[in-house]
Design a protein around this ligand. Structure first.
Ligand code: HEM
Length: 416
């Protein structure tokens, strides 16, 4: 058996804080290896990177999620006892619930809602001198997410709720005040969703059948009974929160259009495939999820190394999307690379890999793709805007990250 290249716990903690997203990627390049160990007392932590690593990571015989997600992430980003923490039959049942709302009818409804809300926003933005796109998108997507999911929302609440939902995401790599804001936002948003679930169950609110709120209020869980209202609230947030988080990808798409203006014309003239390639490249190139954690469920060997039962494994999402063996010119923004993409479930994993039903791969990947594609239509065809000088840089050491200015636009003009 070979010895896994190893780094100290303290230097890893400092390295992660300093480097952020490329932490695993940088060490794998340095060691010329697709894995290395962090020597933490009493716990084996192994970081793995690349498509072949992803393939083993998504083997449920080898890995389990139970006990793998730190409490601080559950108390902010995910909530406790949600689908992310389940394995085996319990996970399959819960995942089926998520996938059951991803129907063609709901897809059409999402698209209609996005068009309506983008049009309304452009009319509003035309009257403003300046718009911070990131803030506006959180409110826009909050309105869309709630309407789509069957969650009642008073119009003047969308800014506040959108921001709260974003704070859940903004807390995931944070310590100190940003983490505390995320915890506060979690308690506020869970109270809100729990009250909706209870009101639907008691008939005080009519959520249309087929919506996420209706589904989560009544879906029989793995024990055959409807979920506890608190867990249903956590799961309903697992729908509306990430829809608001797509604001990050849209702002990055606006940044990509600004920095690569040649794509504006291509997208205006181009077809569906053109938009899809651009959307994929935004999701590949711009960082969102840094890595994913799971625990070894039964010991196995891989690449001549031993993975003992109970070891914590961190799968490198950022680095796998830039793996030099899988991607040509990985550090360039180049949507045309997707003309030749093999469609593998393991080399392009911005929202996880493997199978939607059997693995933990993101239930909302098509929602994300559709939402970004429609945003591209509005950014390139249905509105014109000026981009004043501003700080568009984003820090790789901040998780999550986005352009510091939030992408300010001026002189918005609607185009029919
Ligand atoms: C899981 C990313 C949007 C619902 C995940 C995972 C990632 C991810 C990395 C974990 C995969 C794993 O553990 O193996 C993203 C990103 C998004 C996004 C970057 C866009 C900014 C969405 C949307 C929805 C959604 C729009 C719902 C409408 C979920 C759910 C899970 C999940 C329910 C848990 C799946 C499971 O544990 O089986 N997502 N996601 N996500 N995502 Fe997303």
């Amino acid at each position: 058996m070979r010895n896994i290249p190893s780094v100290g716990a303290l230097s890893s903690a400092l390295g992660l804080a300093r480097e952020g997203f490329p932490f695993i990627y940088n060490r794998c390049r340095r060691f010329q290896s697709d894995l290395f160990e962090i020597s933490v007392p009493f716990l084996k932590v192994v970081c793995i990177s690349g498509p072949e690593a992803a393939q083993i990571f998504y083997d449920p015989e080898r890995f389990a999620r139970r006990g793998a997600i730190p409490k601080r992430i559950q108390r902010t980003l995910f909530g406790e006892n949600g689908v992310q923490t389940l394995d085996d039959a319990a996970h399959r049942r819960r995942k089926e619930m998520f996938m059951s709302v991803m129907t063609p009818e709901n897809s059409q409804r999402l698209s209609d809602l996005l068009h309506d809300h983008w049009r309304a926003c452009i009319k509003k933005w035309e009257k403003q001198d300046e718009v911070v796109l990131f803030d506006e998108l959180q409110a826009l997507l909050c309105r869309v997410a709630c309407a789509w999911a069957g969650v009642p929302l008073v119009e003047n609440e969308s800014q506040r709720r959108g921001h709260q939902l974003w704070q859940l995401v903004d807390a995931f790599g944070a310590v100190g005040p940003r983490h505390l804001r995320g915890r506060w936002a979690r308690s506020q948003t869970e109270d809100w969703m729990r009250s909706i679930i209870l009101a639907i169950r008691e008939g005080r609110i009519q959520a249309p059948e087929g919506t996420s709120a209706y589904t989560m209020a009544f879906y029989p869980d793995f024990d055959g009974a409807p979920m506890d209202a608190q867990i249903a609230a956590v799961e309903l947030l697992n729908i509306v929160r990430p829809i608001v988080a797509i604001s990050t990808y849209i702002v990055f798409a606006a940044l990509a259009l600004h920095e690569h203006p040649e794509y504006r014309e291509r997208l205006q003239a181009g077809d569906e495939k053109e938009r899809e390639r651009f959307t994929h490249e935004v999701r590949r190139y711009y960082p969102f999820a840094p890595f994913l954690g799971a625990k070894v469920r039964s010991a196995f060997d891989w690449r001549g190394y031993h993975f003992p039962k109970g070891a914590m494994v961190l799968m490198d999402v950022y680095g796998t999307n830039r793996d030099p063996d899988a991607w040509k010119r990985p550090m360039e923004f180049w949507p045309d690379r997707f003309k030749e993409w093999d469609g593998s479930a393991y080399n392009f994993i911005p929202q996880g890999g493997g199978d939607y039903y059997k693995n933990h791969r993101c239930a909302g990947e098509w929602v994300t793709i559709e939402t970004v594609k429609i945003a591209l239509d509005y950014l390139t065809k249905h509105m014109q805007y000026d981009v004043p000088p501003q700080d568009l840089g984003f820090k790789l050491s901040r998780m999550p990250t986005y352009p510091r200015s939030g992408f300010v636009v001026r002189q918005v003009r609607g185009v029919n």
